[in-house]
Each structure stands twice: as structure tokens, then as C-alpha cells.
Design a protein around this ligand. Structure first.
Ligand SMILES: *Cc1c(COP(=O)(O)O)cnc(C)c1O
Length: 230
């Protein structure tokens, strides 16, 4: 199947479940990105800060979501160019990114609240040492701390299912963590979203209540694979 056919099929499948498709373009060439933009895709995910900056400048009409780890000297690219940050798991980095969001708000003459960067907190549900993400037991305090930072807006949780283990159980665990947080949240705040699911497990994620899936290889196909190898 060609790229556009896959995109249309995914749009139909996800649209009927009211799930947003984030096109993970980290390995995709510009021509593939342009093809999807022409078809109507608006949201793209990048895992490298500089790449995100470059593509956000090239296609400012689209949303560019940061899905990878951020180094401190790249925080400015996220604060200035990202429409959403999917992989927040470090307070120092959150402060660094927020500083650039606030700086941008001042330059644009808007309030930091109005231009707050929506973010997801990455949770390490796999119990694998060295895997990225906040440990579940540290999550409530981390959410509370990030919520206090001016210029950021916690809108949900994300995780990656542990390889070779039961993805449904992993996603359900994240969902339970979210529900636990919800009970402790202040009244008037929106419920936290679950942004889970990649190419190998997105259907499971949708069944478990995901609001946005991040799809790279199953969408971009050969293009994706070719660029990973080169
Ligand atoms: C690369 C990446 C994806 C997309 O992975 P596929 O399996 O190719 O769909 C999703 N989420 C994150 C955080 C990624 O880094």
C-alpha cells in the first residue's frame, strides 16, 4: 500500500474511535511529510529537537510534537517550536523548557497561561532500570510539581509498553495510575489523557482508551525503514 492509502485507512480506523493520529516523521523524508500535509495531516512527531525546530520552521502551519528525550541545551527548541511535549520526565528540563515558553509569550505579547505548552508526563511502567520515565510511585508528586510551573500545562500521561510483554496490561496499569491521580486532583481541571500506542500496539492502546497514537513505521512504511538503516 502506498503512503496515502495507509494514511487514509488509519484516519478512518482512528477517526471512528475518535483517536488522534500523530504522524511520527522522525525517519521520514521531507517529500513524505509534504505528501501527508497536502492530504490534510496536521500533527507530526519528532524525536530530535533540532529536527523539530527545522521542520516547524519549514511547515509552521502544522503542529510539531516532541516525542524524544530532551537535552538541556536543546530546551529552547522545545519551548519555542513544539506544539506539545510528549516525554516530560525531568523537573529541571521542564523548568528549562518553560523559561523559553514564557520568553516567547512576552515577545508575542500574550500571557504565559494562554500560550502554555501542553505536555504529557512519561511514566516508566515497565519497571526496567534505565528506561526513561517517572517511576509510578513518584508520579503524584511530579505531576503536582510540573503543574506549578508557569508556561506548562500537564494534559496527560504517556508510556511505552515493555517489549515482549503484555501491552494491554501495561496500558491498563497506566490508566489505573491516571485514575488514581484523578481522585487526588483539584476540582475544575480536565481529566488527564492517555497518549499511548505505537505501530506495534496502537489497536490495543485504542481499546484501552488512548486519545492519541504515535505512528511511525506502520504509516511511513518502507520509507521509514530505509531511513533507519541509512
Ligand atoms: C519512534 C517513536 C514512535 C513511533 O514508533 P513506530 O513503532 O515506528 O510507530 C512512537 N513513540 C515514540 C516515543 C517514538 O520515539
Amino acid at each position: 500500500m502506498a503512503l496515502l492509502e495507509r494514511w487514509h485507512a488509519l484516519q478512518k480506523e482512528l477517526g471512528s474511535a475518535d483517536v488522534k493520529l500523530l504522524a511520527v516523521s522522525k525517519y521520514a523524508p521531507d517529500e513524505a511529510v509534504q505528501t501527508l500535509i497536502d492530504a490534510g495531516q496536521k500533527c507530526f512527531g519528532e524525536s530530535r529537537a533540532q529536527h523539530l525546530r527545522d521542520r516547524a520552521r519549514q511547515w509552521p502551519e502544522c503542529e510539531w510534537h516532541m516525542i524524544g528525550p530532551v537535552q538541556k541545551n536543546k530546551a529552547k527548541y522545545i519551548g519555542r517550536y513544539a506544539s506539545m511535549w510528549h516525554s516530560c520526565d525531568n523537573l529541571e528540563m521542564a523548568e528549562a523548557v518553560a523559561r523559553f515558553v514564557r520568553e516567547k509569550a512576552i515577545a508575542e505579547g500574550v500571557t504565559a497561561e494562554d500560550s502554555a505548552l501542553p505536555l504529557l508526563i512519561q511514566v516508566n511502567i515497565a519497571d526496567v532500570p534505565n528506561q526513561r520515565g517517572i517511576q509510578p510511585e513518584a508520579l503524584p508528586a511530579f505531576v503536582a510539581a510540573v503543574t506549578q510551573i508557569e508556561g506548562l500545562k500537564v494534559i496527560g500521561l504517556m508510556c511505552m509498553a515493555p517489549q515482549g510483554r503484555d501491552a494491554a496490561a501495561a496500558f491498563r496499569y497506566l490508566s489505573d495510575l491516571r485514575d488514581g491521580l484523578l481522585d487526588g486532583r483539584l476540582a475544575g481541571t480536565d481529566p488527564l489523557e492517555l497518549c499511548i500506542g505505537m505501530s506495534g500496539d496502537y489497536q490495543i492502546a485504542v481499546a484501552e482508551g488512548s486519545t492519541m497514537v504515535r505512528l511511525g513505521s506502520t504509516l511511513f512504511g518502507d520509507w521509514d525503514v530505509r531511513n533507519q538503516e541509512s
